[in-house]
Write a protein that binds this ligand. Structure first.
Ligand SMILES: Nc1ncnc2c1ncn2[C@@H]1O[C@H](COP(=O)(O)OP(=O)(O)OP(=O)(O)O)[C@@H](O)[C@H]1O
Length: 275
């Protein structure tokens, strides 16, 4: 797998954020859904976005992926306004994995993984990476997909399709990975496998990850930073230790929390008391 290098400002020598939001606001049909978001994400960071339903998490991801445009402020990728990038350039830079994974189409798994290489292929289908086939093989091994290589997607379970979707974004070799509740359809064993694969990939390649996660315990365990949104406002940004505090979780989600510490890895974990 290729590794991602940190970008620096040539004049000042300072690290340039991979993603920067400056005073970003977004409204749908005049209804504001994000207000004045200022946020910087640096190479190799792993951010979890948390917050109640409807707080603007998916909209934030859509602004960073270029699917939606802000009404006010600007979104920058490596210091340049996202509007100045071509579609193909964004497809090489950013990969998006949603909770739905992939539609159950009649395409074999290997071909679907190969679709992740489209941004690198000429119109004749030639990949600019000579070792693209080996890359796909490595990904299939890592994700336990070898035995499914020739099976069409529409004969796989939802969880298997989600693994294929993950393989496809790995094949895309992005610098930035955006995940929207990626573990929703996975059983608890695959949830942990998935988060471990992601962690391994990040450590090897230095990829930057931003993930919307409803499961605060997974977020606290794997992310090194959390951003909390409430009604379109950025309420907190900090480490899991800073955010996973009873008062903050109570205010954000209107629940009665009890924070305990994981017995092995000493990260804060959430239990819910009866209301
Ligand atoms: N395409 C759209 N058109 C109109 N309103 C939208 C659109 N997309 C989102 N919204 C509204 O924007 C607000 C934020 O939605 P968003 O999906 O970003 O929230 P979320 O935090 O991801 O929610 P959830 O946790 O339920 O997935 C909601 O009130 C939603 O109804």
């Amino acid at each position: 797998m290729t590794s991602v290098r940190k970008q620096h400002d040539q004049r000042t020598g300072e690290a340039v954020p991979v993603v920067e939001l400056r005073q970003v606001g977004k409204a749908y049909s005049r209804k504001p859904v994000l207000h004045d978001i200022n946020w910087q994400v640096y190479t190799g960071e792993y951010w979890g976005i948390i917050g109640p339903n409807g707080s603007g998490k998916t909209t934030l991801l859509q602004l960073i992926s270029g699917m939606e445009q802000p009404n006010t402020g600007s979104v920058l990728l490596e210091g340049r306004d996202i509007g100045s990038y071509s579609r193909r350039r964004i497809a090489r830079f950013t990969a998006v994995l949603g909770q739905e994974g992939l539609a159950p189409l009649h395409y074999p798994v290997r071909e679907v993984l190969n679709m992740g290489r489209y941004p690198y292929q000429s119109w004749l289908g030639r990949d600019e990476l000579d070792t693209a086939d080996e890359l796909i093989d490595q990904i299939m091994d890592r994700l336990d997909l070898r035995s499914l290589a020739d099976r069409p997607l529409d004969q796989l379970s939802g969880g298997q399709r989600q693994r294929v979707a993950f393989g496809k974004v790995m094949a895309q070799q992005p610098r930035l990975l955006l995940l929207d509740e990626p573990t929703t359809y996975l059983d608890i064993a695959y949830q942990i496998h998935f988060m471990e694969w992601l962690d391994e990939w990040r450590r090897e390649s230095g990829i930057t990850i931003i993930a919307v996660l409803h499961d605060l315990n997974l977020a606290a365990r794997y992310c090194d930073r959390l951003l909390a949104l409430n009604e379109g406002q950025m309420i907190h940004a900090g480490t899991p230790q800073q955010l996973m505090q009873e008062e903050k979780i109570r205010d954000l989600f209107r629940v009665e929390p009890a924070i305990v510490h994981h017995p092995d890895i000493h990260v804060p974990q959430l239990l819910l008391k009866r209301q």
